[in-house]
Design a protein around this ligand. Structure first.
Ligand SMILES: Nc1ncnc2c1ncn2[C@@H]1O[C@H](COP(=O)(O)OP(=O)(O)OP(=O)(O)O)[C@@H](O)[C@H]1O
Ligand SMILES: [Mg+2]
Length: 297
């Protein structure tokens, strides 16, 4: 997708399956552009895409009828209530009046806007607006939903609520979800699959479990502060292990084959008369894809 001065997406080849797919990347990475292309709201300079078997260039209307879309920016009319707004969108999707009212009430309850649904949207807080935006994306029983930054502007508790809702859309309602975030680690726990974009280029696309699997390294924590940490790190390094401080802990790189790291740690801790708090495998994190110079796919 070439915007003239900015190439928002470059030679992206990608397929998105069932479950929750997290689309992550820094501001300007091209997440919203990708979603708009998939909805037929923006025409790519080159390339093709199909959504639920429909071509984005020729069948955008069909796609928009099947897909629920929660846009990134505020799209709510200020002078109607959440209930009126969501009923209206349900009617526009083809539901008759009574089922539309029923579906709207159910959906608003699911997103946690039960009592506030008769208030004008103009008076809503950011958190309530995000919930109303989610409700309108779900009201017509979509076959797929695209959620663009649903946690934007939310406080930590509301953020967790929203992420739980995202998960429920997939597990309880069996609707596949494509959800974006510029906070790289945020979607780790709710996504089955993660797609990482960096300045319009696909950095990585793989099952979340592959991002988070053990790295082969070990993290050790002993009671005390940096003095104890360094005592342990230096003593372990003297046995031939490669160690680095990691906060108040020691990270031991993957040892050569046949080396029993746990035993070495236990013996060293006893020799130094330190108190062991924990030994655990070092799990990877989504952020590491950026910091470690990712392998491009
Ligand atoms: N209509 C447009 N005209 C010109 N440039 C655009 C247009 N839309 C997006 N861009 C540019 O394309 C790039 C990708 O933008 P996009 O909105 O897709 O990023 P994003 O990953 O959604 O970022 P954010 O996390 O900030 O929402 C940016 O550099 C942006 O400035
Ligand atoms: Mg965006």
């Amino acid at each position: 997708m070439d915007f003239g001065r900015v190439m928002a997406l470059h030679e992206l080849t990608l397929s998105i399956g069932p479950g929750v797919t997290g689309l992550v990347g820094a501001n300007g990475a091209g997440k919203s552009t990708l979603i708009k292309i998939l909805l037929g709201l923006q025409t790519p300079t080159a390339g093709t895409a199909t959504v639920l078997g429909h071509d984005v260039a020729r069948e955008a209307d069909r796609i928009r009828a099947l897909v629920g879309y929660m846009p990134e920016h505020d799209c709510l009319p200020p002078d109607v209530t959440a209930s009126e707004f969501v009923v209206h969108l349900a009617r526009m999707s083809g539901l008759p009046a009574a089922p539309a009212r029923e579906r709207a009430a159910d959906t608003l309850r699911i997103v946690g806007l039960d009592e506030e649904r008769y208030r004008l949207l103009g008076g809503y807080s950011t958190g309530m607006k995000q919930r109303a935006k989610l409700a309108q994306a779900l009201v017509h029983h979509p076959s797929l939903v695209f959620l663009d930054e649903p946690t934007n502007g939310l406080d930590p508790a509301s953020r967790l609520d929203m992420l739980r809702l995202v998960r429920r859309i997939s597990t309880d309602f069996k609707i596949p979800v494509l959800v974006t975030s510029h906070l790289l680690g945020e979607l780790e726990r709710v996504s089955d699959h993660v797609v990482v974009l960096d300045a319009g280029v696909l950095l990585r696309s793989s099952a979340t479990s592959q991002f988070l699997e053990g790295t082969g390294a070990t993290i050790v924590e002993v009671l005390g502060g940096t003095v104890e940490r360094d005592q342990l790190g230096n003593a372990l390094a003297a046995t031939g292990l490669r160690c680095h401080p990691r906060g108040t802990k020691v990270r031991i790189d993957t040892p050569p084959p046949g080396v029993d790291v746990h035993r070495l740690v236990r013996d060293t801790v006893t020799d130094l008369d330190l108190a062991l708090v924990r030994i655990e495998p070092d799990h990877g994190h989504l952020e590491d894809v950026f910091t470690q110079g990712a392998h491009r796919v």
